[in-house]
Ligand binder design. Structure first.
Ligand SMILES: [Zn+2]
Length: 371
C-alpha cells in the first residue's frame, strides 16, 4: 500500500496511481484529523470522493503518529493527549474517537486504536502496554459495532444521488461514489514489544476479541532488522492464515518479498515515496542515488528492466539534471518510478504465489543489491 498521508501520495496524481495498478492506499488519520479535519472530509462525502479515489483506502488509527510525537503526548487509560505538530494545539484521541474519525473519513479498512510500544522497553512496560492495547481493542470494537453505519454517505446518500440524477453532469468524479451501502471493516493490532511470548499472548487474546483481519504493529521502531524478522515470524504463526495479515510500516523491496514469503498479505511503507524525494531510486540492479555526478552524462534509462512511464521515456542524465536543479518534476518522476518498482515487486510475489511457489527471485534481488 502506497502511503497517502494527507489524502495524497506525495507528488503522484490519482490517475497515475490507477495506471500503476495501485489497489489500495493508506491514509493517516492523525494528519487528516488535523487538516482538513474529519468533519470537512465527511461533509464532502468521505475521503474517496474528496480525493477522487474509487479504489480501496485503509486508514491507520492515529496511534502510531501520536506515538512518534514522543515529547508532545501523554498516555492514560482513557486515551492519548497530544499536541499538533502544526500549531501546538492540544487534542485527545481515545479508542472511541479514533473509530469515529476513521468511520467519518469513510475508509474501507480501519484500524483499532493501539499503543505502539517503544523500543527498547523493559518486560513490565511491554506487558503493561500490550494489556492496554487489548483493552483499547475491546473498546474500539464495541464503538465500531455500534457506529459502523455512520459512514459519510449514509446521511448524504439520498441527496447526493438526487443531485447526480437531476443536476450534475456525469463526470469521472461521480464514478467515485462507491458502494454507498458499504460499511468499513475493522482490523485488530497485535503488540507485545520484542518478546515472542508476549506477541503470542497478544495474538491469541486479539483473536479472542475477533476481527476479520489482523495487523502486526510495534515494529520498525528502531530495532535491528534480524529482530523485526524474528518477531514477525513469532507472531505470524499465531494468526490465522485465512484472514488478512498486515505488517505495518515495512519495508525495503527485499523485506517485502521476505515477509510475503513468510505469509504477510499486506504492508505499507513511506520508503518508496520518501526515498524518491531524496533522489534514492530502487532498481533491478540495486539502489541508486540519482544526484551523483556519474549520472550526468548517462543516457541510459533509470532501470533497463522497468517498463514504467519514467524508465521508458527519460534518461538517467535527465533525471539527474532535474534533481540537481531542484525541479518539482524530479520528485514526481522519482516517486512514480519507485512506486512502480514496489508494485512490480509485489506483482511478482503474487505471480509466484499463484504458481504455488515461494518468490524465488528473493536471492536474485539480494545479490543485485550487493555493492
Ligand atoms: Zn521505472
Amino acid at each position: 500500500m502506497p502511503v497517502g498521508t494527507g489524502g495524497t501520495v506525495k507528488g503522484v496524481p490519482q490517475d497515475i496511481l490507477e495506471e500503476l495498478g495501485v489497489q489500495i492506499l493508506l491514509g493517516n488519520t492523525y494528519h487528516l484529523y488535523l487538516r482538513p479535519g474529519v468533519e470537512q472530509v465527511r461533509n464532502l462525502g468521505g475521503l474517496h470522493r474528496f480525493m477522487s479515489w474509487p479504489r480501496a483506502i485503509l486508514t491507520d488509527s492515529g496511534g502510531f503518529q501520536v506515538f512518534s510525537l514522543s515529547g508532545l503526548r501523554k498516555v492514560t487509560e482513557e486515551g492519548v493527549t497530544f499536541r499538533s505538530h502544526l500549531d501546538g494545539s492540544s487534542h485527545f484521541f481515545t479508542p472511541e474517537s479514533a473509530m469515529e474519525a476513521q468511520i467519518g473519513l469513510g475508509a474501507d479498512i480501519i484500524m483499532a486504536f493501539d499503543e505502539c510500544t517503544e523500543y527498547p522497553a523493559d518486560p513490565a512496560r511491554a506487558r503493561a502496554s500490550m494489556e492496554m492495547t487489548l483493552r483499547w481493542a475491546e473498546r474500539s470494537k464495541k464503538y465500531f459495532e455500534e457506529h459502523k453505519h455512520e459512514v459519510p454517505w449514509s446521511s448524504r446518500l439520498s441527496s447526493v444521488i438526487g443531485r447526480l440524477q437531476t443536476q450534475v453532469p456525469r463526470s469521472a468524479r461521480d464514478d467515485n461514489i462507491v458502494a454507498e451501502t458499504a460499511t468499513p471493516t475493522l482490523f485488530g493490532i497485535v503488540q507485545g514489544g520484542m518478546d515472542p511470548q508476549l506477541r503470542k499472548e497478544s495474538a491469541e487474546r486479539t483473536l479472542e476479541i475477533g476481527f476479520p483481519g489482523y495487523a502486526i504493529g510495534g515494529l520498525s521502531v528502531g530495532e535491528p532488522r534480524h529482530l523485526t524478522r524474528e518477531i514477525v515470524e513469532a507472531t505470524l504463526e499465531h494468526l490465522p492464515a485465512d484472514k488478512p495479515r498486515y505488517l505495518m510500516g515495512v519495508g525495503t523491496p527485499e523485506e517485502i518479498v521476505e515477509y510475503a514469503n513468510l505469509g504477510v498479505d499486506m504492508m505499507d511503507c513511506v520508503l518508496p515515496t520518501r526515498a524518491a524525494r531524496h533522489g534514492l531510486l530502487f532498481t533491478s540492479e540495486g539502489k541508486i542515488s540519482i544526484k551523483q555526478a556519474r549520472y550526468a552524462a548517462d543516457d541510459n534509462p533509470l532501470d533497463q528492466n522497468c517498463a514504467c512511464r519514467v524508465c521508458t521515456r527519460y534518461s538517467r542524465a535527465y533525471l539527474r539534471h532535474l534533481y540537481a536543479s531542484n525541479e518539482l518534476l524530479a520528485q514526481v518522476l522519482n516517486s512514480i518510478h519507485n512506486l512502480s518498482f514496489y508494485l512490480d515487486t509485489m506483482r511478482r510475489v503474487r505471480d509466484a504465489i499463484s504458481l504455488g511457489e515461494r518468490a524465488r527471485f528473493l536471492s536474485d534481488l539480494r545479490s543485485a543489491r550487493k555493492p
